[in-house]
Structures are given as C-alpha cells and as structure tokens.
Design a protein around this ligand. Structure first.
Ligand code: AMP
Length: 280
C-alpha cells in the first residue's frame, strides 16, 4: 500500500497506472474507519485494478466548529485497517492540498432543491462543502468508479448532481448501509456514544423499521408524527424525520402505494448527532 500526501504526486502516480490500462476505484472518507467504510473498499476491489482511499476531515462541510473539533480521528488504526483490507493507495492530504487558494474563496455550486431540505436545512452550507471537497478529490484522483454509502443518501444525490454539473467522468456506485448486529447503522460518530446512550441509539433503526412495517397507502402524516413522538420519548432531539420520494427526495404526505420511498432521520442523543435512512 502506498501513501501520498501531495496532490501532484498521487495524480502523477495514477495517471501512470491509467495509461497502462488500470481502472481506478475511489473511496473518499473522513477517517475513524469502520466496517461500513471497508465494505465500500471491498466493492471497489471487486471491480477495479487499483483502489484509492482518501482520509480527509473536510473543514468546509462542518457548519458547527465544535462538531469539526470533536470529529473522531484514529489515523494509525485506519492505515492498519486499510492495509489489511487490501487498499492499494491512501491519500492523506492537508487542508492546503485540497484548498490551495484557501478556505475563503471556495466555489459555489448550483445544487437547487436537493441542498435545501433535510440535512441541507439543518446544516446550512454542508453540501457546498461536500461538493468542494469531492470535486477537488475527483480532479486529483480522476477515478473511474466512485464508491459512496447509502447511509448518506442525500449526499449521494448531491454528488450525482455535482458530477452532472461539472461533467465529471467518474461513475457512482451506491453501497448498502452496514449495521451493527443490533441494527445501529455504523458511523464514525458512534464512538462518541457512551452507555446507556449507545443502547438508546438503536431506537433510530427501530423507528425506521417501524415506518417500513407500517407504511400503507394514503395519508402518512400520523405515521410520521408517531415515529417522531417515539424518538422524542426515547430522549432524542429530532432534527427531522421524514418520508421522501427516493428518486428526488421530494417530501411526501400521501403515499400512492407504488412510488419508491425512503424514510430519513437525523436526531441527537447526548449531543451526538446521528443520521440514518431506509428504503420503505
Ligand atoms: P464518512 O467517513 O462518514 O464521510 O463516510 C465515508 C463514506 O463511507 C461515505 O460514502 C459514507 O456514506 C460511507 N459510509 C459511512 N457509514 C457507512 C455504513 N454504515 N455503511 C456503508 N457505508 C458507510
């Protein structure tokens, strides 16, 4: 496994591999790696000659500095996990490698509706930051295939839009959410959950399963309200819990019994903000 810190070095290396016919799969992460991240890596390894993983905690996607400062980090362990999982190339850029012109003059993307709802509403500027980092990373890596987790469903849709807007050649692969055996979606933030909150956190997945089991055609407002009430009762501060059309994340209040829908939730417990979603 080769580690790169400088953009120019990894670009040159990858251009060389691509010239020899190598297919490049890319898994961008913010580190504190868990099996969910490694499942993306495995998918990439199946379909590409070389798999690149980046670890970069992107400052522009954090609208809350405390959240940024508290973001878990375990670089040595991460590198060890990546090596054992058979990653070929790791990219560990500094902020100045990703933002050579500084953090103040970043590009603005016309994302439209998708950045105004759900996460967009509660984390203003978050998806602009995601686009800034992913755009820059893709220009450095020039991946053939990009691997993203369904865990961040809205982020996947935002990156799809970015790829369209910027005519980027990478193809998106969305991989299923890996869960702990009790159902909790794996997340770097789970490390910050202490008992008994770790146990309570399970209620998020339970609520999504509740919605999946109880969704019936017609008005779905009562169902949503019951789910929010259950989470609140369990001690969560719910930012949002909603049901949306899977194709475009338009929020729905009525279900026709056919349209593919998704429940999405963001809620905090003991100041740890968790997100999850489930196709219904
Ligand atoms: P992050 O390091 O949280 O930015 O995540 C990096 C990538 O891993 C993103 O594409 C996430 O959607 C994906 N990811 C995070 N958690 C999971 C999970 N539990 N299962 C599958 N993919 C995940």
């Amino acid at each position: 496994m080769i580690l790169f810190k400088r953009a120019i070095d990894i670009t040159n290396h990858l251009v060389n591999l691509k010239e020899k016919g190598g297919l490049i799969g890319f898994v961008p992460t913010m580190g504190a790696l868990h099996r969910g991240h490694l499942s993306l890596l495995n998918e990439s390894k199946k379909m590409n000659t070389y798999t690149v993983c980046s670890i970069f905690v992107n400052p522009t996607q954090f609208n809350d500095t405390t959240d940024f400062n508290n973001y878990p980090s375990s670089l040595e362990k991460d590198i060890d996990h990546l090596e054992k999982a058979g990653c070929d190339i790791v990219f560990l850029p500094s902020v100045s490698e990703i933002y050579p012109d500084g953090l103040l003059h970043t590009k603005k993307y016309e994302l439209g509706y998708i950045e105004t709802v759900l996460e967009g509403q509660y984390r203003p500027g978050h998806f602009q930051g995601v686009c800034q980092v992913v755009h820059r990373l893709l220009s450095i890596i020039q991946a053939d295939q990009l691997y993203l987790g369904q865990k961040d469903y809205q982020q996947c849709m935002v990156i799809k839009k970015l790829i369209e807007l910027e005519h980027i050649q990478s193809r998106i692969n969305i991989c299923p959410t890996l869960r702990e055996t009790d159902g909790l979606a794996m997340s770097s933030r789970n490390i910050r959950l202490t008992e008994p909150y770790r146990k309570q956190a399970l209620k998020i997945a339970e609520t999504l399963y509740f919605l999946k089991t109880n969704l019936t055609p017609g008005d779905i407002n009562t169902l949503k309200q019951t789910a929010i009430k259950n989470l609140t009762k369990a001690g969560f501060k719910v930012d949002y819990l909603d049901i949306a059309r899977a194709s475009d994340l338009n929020i729905i209040d009525q279900w026709d019994g056919h349209t593919k829908t998704l429940a999405l939730v963001a809620a905090s417990i003991d100041n740890v903000r968790l997100i999850d979603n489930m196709l219904l």
